[in-house]
Structures are given as C-alpha cells and as structure tokens.
Design a protein around this ligand. Structure first.
Ligand SMILES: [Zn+2]
Length: 321
C-alpha cells in the first residue's frame, strides 16, 4: 500500500480505535459504526473502503485482545495465595513469588520443578509466569548464585518471567493439591487426614471396592502412573484402608500405620521404612517423587488461569526419581 494511503488508513484506525473497541460488539454493528466513521471523516467511498479494510484488521486484533487477557503480577500472586493459604504452613522454603518478572502476566506455564528444562519450555511458550511445586530456594542452601542456580536465574531474569512456587500448601489443598489430585487419579476418596500439618490423606477406593492383594494394588498404581513401583511388605487380607502422601513422604509412614492404614502410597522410600513395612504388616508403595506430584500444579494453575482469563499450559519434564 502506498505511504499516503497507509497514512490515511493509520489516521482512520488511530482516530476510531478506542471508539470501535467500545462499540464493536458484532460484525453488523461494527460495519455500521465504521461506515459512520468513514463517511464522517473522509466523506468518500475511498475512505470507506480503506476503513473497511482496516476494520478487518481491527477485528482480528480485537479477537486476539479478547483471548489474551492480562493481569498484574500482584493480582496473580493474590489469587494463588487466596487459594493455597501459605501462611498456614511451616515450610522448607518461601511460598509465593520467588523470582519477580514482568509486571503483567498473560500466560502461565505450570510444572513440577523449576528446572532449566521447564524454564526453557516456558520461554518457548512465551509465558510470563511459571507455577511450580518445587521452586528454587530451600532452607539449607549455601545462598550462592553459581552453577545451575545461576543458569536458571539468568534465564528467568533475561526473559522477565515470574516464578511462583508453592510447596506444602500445594500438597495439602483438599481439592486441587498433589494429594487430592493423586487420589483422584488413583480412584481413591479421602475420608481423613493424618500426620504433621495434616499432609497425609487416608481413605479408600471411591467405588467402595477393595484390592484383593498388595500385588493387585501395585498393578493398579503402575497402570495409572505409567511406571514401575517398589512394593515392600505383605498385606494381611484384602486392602481397604489406604493412606497416601505424595513426593518424599517416607516420614509419614509411621503416622499412616498409627492411623490404621493397610497400605501406604508415596513417592520415595528410605532404608528404615522397608523394615517397618515388614514388621507392621502395612504394605509400602514407593511410586516415584515426580510421578506422585505431577497433578497438583496443573490443577491449581488451570483453575486460577480460568478464573482470571489467562492462558495456561502444563509442561511435564519427565523424571525417573
Ligand atoms: Zn516434592
């Protein structure tokens, strides 16, 4: 298009953009509105044609604007905090906004861990926020920004990406948390909570059935989680009462035994739990830290994104641990 024509188009577009944004709610309404503007401004058919061309551009732009809502970083943080209530927990690291990025957010990428691979995936997806279960900062770190920490932080800062991390509050949320969502995946319904900070879930099969043997439960876990599980101990009859605690929940095994569970499902196992399982007659299933914690972050991020009109994508960076 010639420069003069483009100038006319630009002037028409600039002059009526705000007005059109307010008025253009339908194609018919928009055309009528445009005719009015074009005739009033240019008083000629040429102006009308140019302006109709520009309307198509505007409408495409309008659709894009409607689909890509934006919200302030602070409002997003507030939405996560309202849902997960981090102040209620004593945790191993800071919950909430761990790394400050852009002031506004339009797309969230969720994942289990703020690994370099996840950050790179978020950059590729043009996200301006990452929501994870395992953030960057933990009690006991030496505080140096070197090696992997430097690389991850450098990527986040260079691309102005906000990092939100919620650890125990994400495990604990009664509907969207890691334990609630793991239970849902496994077809279990929670009837009680147990252990420190009420992180353990205790319940049974949602369909009211039982697992005839520990091996039957192991097969079910492997089918749902798509990975081998470690089974220790023997069940005493059919398994009805099941306890679970996602991730590194081995420390919850004794509380699960005390709560009367016949089986305990978690991510990891340490040396002592194998003996407890054999000696107490409660079957222990170690199903992988990552495998048991990949359901909470996408559930929370999807809900918050839907409420605020943001885009969301879950990126699963597979992990054998
Ligand atoms: Zn974890």
């Amino acid at each position: 298009m010639a420069r003069a024509a483009a100038g006319t188009l630009g002037a028409a577009l600039g002059g009526c953009r705000a007005w059109l944004r307010l008025r253009c709610r339908s194609v018919t309404g928009a055309i009528a509105a445009l005719n009015h503007v074009a005739l009033a401004r240019h008083g000629c058919l040429g102006g009308l044609l140019f302006s109709q061309t520009c309307l198509r551009g505007l409408m495409i732009r309008h659709h894009v604007e409607e689909r890509v809502a934006m919200i302030s970083r602070q409002a997003l943080l507030q939405a996560f905090d309202d849902l997960l209530q981090p102040a209620r927990f004593k945790d191993y690291g800071p919950n909430g906004l761990q790394v400050e990025g852009s002031a506004t957010v339009h797309k969230i990428v969720s994942g289990v861990t703020a690994s370099r691979a996840l950050i790179e995936a978020a950059i590729a997806a043009q996200a301006d926020a990452i929501f994870v279960h395992h953030g960057l900062f933990w009690r006991g770190q030496d505080g140096c920004v070197t090696g992997w920490m430097k690389q991850r932080l450098a990527l986040l800062l260079a691309h102005d990406i906000n990092l939100f991390a919620y650890h125990l509050p994400l495990d604990a949320h009664p509907e969207l948390g890691n334990n609630a969502q793991l239970g849902r995946q496994l077809g279990l319904v929670s009837q009680a909570r147990f252990g420190e900070q009420d992180l353990g879930f205790l319940g049974q099969r949602a369909d009211g059935g039982q697992f005839a043997t520990a091996e039957a439960l192991a097969a079910h876990l492997e089918f749902i989680l798509k990975r081998p599980v470690t089974l220790v101990g023997k069940s005493q009859g059919a398994i009805n009462k099941i306890a679970w605690c996602s991730g590194g929940g081995q420390g919850y095994f004794e509380s699960a035994i005390a709560a009367g569970a016949a089986a305990f499902i978690t991510g990891e196992i340490s040396e002592p739990q194998a003996h407890y399982a054999r000696e107490c007659g409660v079957v222990y299933f170690a199903c992988g830290h990552h495998a048991t914690e990949r359901y909470g972050a996408p559930a929370v991020a999807a809900q918050v994104a839907a409420e605020l009109g943001l885009q969301h994508a879950f990126v699963d960076i597979d992990n054998p641990a």
